[in-house]
Design a protein around this ligand. Sequence first.
Ligand code: FAD
Length: 420
Amino acid sequence: MQTPVIDLKTARNRRTPNPDQIIVAGAGIAGLTLALALSARGFAVQIFEKSAVLAEAGAGLQLSPNATRLLARLGVLERLMPHAVQPDAVCLQDGVSGKDLLHLPIGKAAEQRWHAPYIVCHRADLQQALLAEVRQRNTIAMQLESAVTHHRSDAQGVLVRVQYNDRIEEHRGALLVGSDGVWSNTRNAASDLDRARYTGSIAWRSSVPAERLPASFSALLPGGTNVVAWTGSNAHLIAYPIRSGELMNFVAVARDRKNPGRWDIEVSPDAPSQNFARDFYGWHPGIRDLVLSAGHWTPWRLFEMKRCSFLRDERLVLIGDAAHAMTPYAAQGAAMAIEDACALAAALGHDSETWPAALAAYAKNRTKRIESVVRRGALNQLAYHAKGPVALARNLLLRNRPPEKFVAGFDWLYGFDAES
Ligand SMILES: Cc1cc2nc3c(=O)[nH]c(=O)nc-3n(C[C@H](O)[C@H](O)[C@H](O)COP(=O)(O)OP(=O)(O)OC[C@H]3O[C@@H](n4cnc5c(N)ncnc54)[C@H](O)[C@@H]3O)c2cc1C
């Protein structure tokens, strides 16, 4: 399956210098959402993106109600829904026996509870929807092939240095927001902040046309349209439909067998049999068949930051993975990037005198929220990868706890409104 490529060239739009503009480094999910949220509140925004084209590696994304309610307000959800799928439930199964462990309804009833849908989609479809909305706003300018390399804060605002092809440009703005991802230059320029750390685990991603799934695997799938997770010792597999149900998206997370301590050695995408597939050999035959027949699995090393940091100084804020790259066990990295963006836009008033206090409060609130989500991710990892007596205790708990209690246990996460 070819990786969809979004050509951003048509989005280029340079405007005359505006010292009151907010400069955004990076046009990922965080940067594009922030530009829309700021523009909706009357701010002028200049985005610099280092790539010439944005190619999202063929992969899916779960977007929970805490993210979709914000995308709805920005006009993005309406564009995304025709390509997305709204699953009925999140199901957990034992990866060896294939037995059901949990059935958590997240369909229409959950939408009523959390006032927004839980959806799954292709990353490129989300990016297209964000970009289409960005193009509608004449207060947002975007310059591609432009890497933010340095910044200097002063009393008037911030002076940002941008490498544009082989030229260096300087741009003045009132605030710089670093939404430049896990390898954030804006974060790493500060020596006191920790850098992203390799966890020693790899997410292997693949997608398969629905009609080409092995029969033994299809037989395992619970009825309806679901996000399904299979648990096992030190590994797990997640499957859900994307592209209006035409494709099944897979993420298999397992330890890096070959170079667990080295993130700088390339993982061969063509050698899953020597790497993660071995973790699934003793699993249910349907899963084994799927892992071996899916074809191309793209490896994605998992990094995390030990400490989240939102505020570098009064003129530089970090959001998204640049502030808090996290492991995907809670499926909340993009959702947190969207929350960060909308919460930041809501915090900023038009009088920049009020910004230092507003930004300090923003950083405090977001840190608390992110720490809770990271704790949930660690708990999920423990539950997904449990073995022996821990796995037995997990299964007992999951079977005996009423599903309504599980649903209520997500109110703090999915019912949250980052703008309120
Ligand atoms: C296997 C896996 C599964 C996941 N599943 C989910 C899920 O189901 N749900 C969920 O919510 N999250 C999920 N996530 C997390 C999610 O993908 C990320 O948290 C999210 O994409 C981060 O977005 P971002 O905009 O902060 O960073 P990015 O998407 O990395 O964007 C950063 C942008 O900045 C640009 N850039 C970099 N440096 C510069 C510079 N110096 N100047 C200008 N531009 C620059 C880059 O080119 C890029 O366009 C998953 C992650 C993984 C690894």
